[in-house]
Design a protein around this ligand. Sequence first.
Ligand code: ZN
Ligand code: ZN
Length: 333
Amino acid sequence: MLPELSSLPVARSMDDGESGLGFLLRCAHANGLSMKQLMMLAGVRTPTWPQPADIMRLAFLVGIAPGRLAQTLRQRRTQHGRREFEFVGHRWTSATAFRTRAVQICPECLRERGHCRAVWELAACTLCARHQCELIDRCRHCGTLINWARPAVDVCRCGLYLVAPGPTDRIPCAAADWCRWLEHQCDARSELAMLLPDRLSWLASAGPDGAFHILMALGTRRDVMHSQSTSDTVRMRTPAEMTQCVVRAFERMADIGPDSGLLPRELVDLIDQPRLERLACFGALESARRVARQLLRRMRCEAPLELLRRPWRTAPPFKGQLELFDDGRPSTT
Ligand SMILES: [Zn+2]
Ligand SMILES: [Zn+2]
C-alpha cells in the first residue's frame, strides 16, 4: 500500500455485470478525477493489464473488496512460458479475445443503467441483446475511437454525450443469441436468458474462450479466396465486421451437426485450421481442447504433437494491445 494513500471521499457501489474499468471511471468522475489521475494516484503503470498489487491499491482507493474488482479487470500472467489471461471468472488464452483498444458501448444501456458492461470488453460481443442494436466503438460527433480516457462513462473526450448513430438494420438472431450467451458467461445473474440452441451445446461446452476461437476459426474467412495473414488474425475489427464474422460462423456451424462424420470439403476449406490446432493443444478447458480435437478429426486432421513440444514464442505487440491512454487514432492495418 502506498503510505500516503487514503480512500476517495465519494464512494460508488459496483453493479452486477459491470466492467471493472467502467466502475473505476465512474469512481474517478464522482471524485472530480480523470481516469489517468486515478491510476497515477494508485501508482498503476499499465492500466490495461493491472497487477494484483495495483488492484489492491485501486480497491482501497474506491472502497471495494479487492476480489470483487479483480474479477472484473483483465489480468495477464505467464504460465509455463505462455501468456494467459483472467477475466470475469474465466481463463482466456489470447489477448485478441479482448477489446483492449477502442472500447465498445451500448449508448442505450449507458443511459438506462449508467454503467459499462463487462461483456463489452470481449471482442466477440458486438451487439446489445437487450436493446437489439450493434455496439459502437466511435463517437458519433467527433469520429474518434472511444477509450477509457474519456471524462465519464457516457461522455466522449470531445465533451459530448455518446449517442447511438441512428436506427440500425435488424440484428441477426444468431449473433444476438451468441451475445446473450456471452453476457451470461460474464454475469450469471444477468436477467437475459442464456440462449444457444441445443444443437450447439458442443460449442457452449468449450467455454467462452474456446467458443471464441471456434467462432473465429469458422467465421474469419469470407470465402476460399480470402487468405488470412498474421495481421488479419490480430487486427482489431469493428463491431460490424465482428458481427459478420459471427454470423458466418453460425451459418457454417449449421453444416457441422452433433454427429462425428467428416465435414464437407467446402467447409473444411474455409476453416482456420492452425487456430483449431492451437485450441486443441492449449485451450483453457479440457472440454475446449476435446471439441477442437474432434473438429480436426472431422476435417481429417490431427492436433500436431510438435506444437505441444515447440517452445512458446511471445507474440509481437500489436495494435489491439496498445495502452489505455492512446491517442485514439484509428488502426492503420
Ligand atoms: Zn443496450
Ligand atoms: Zn466525441
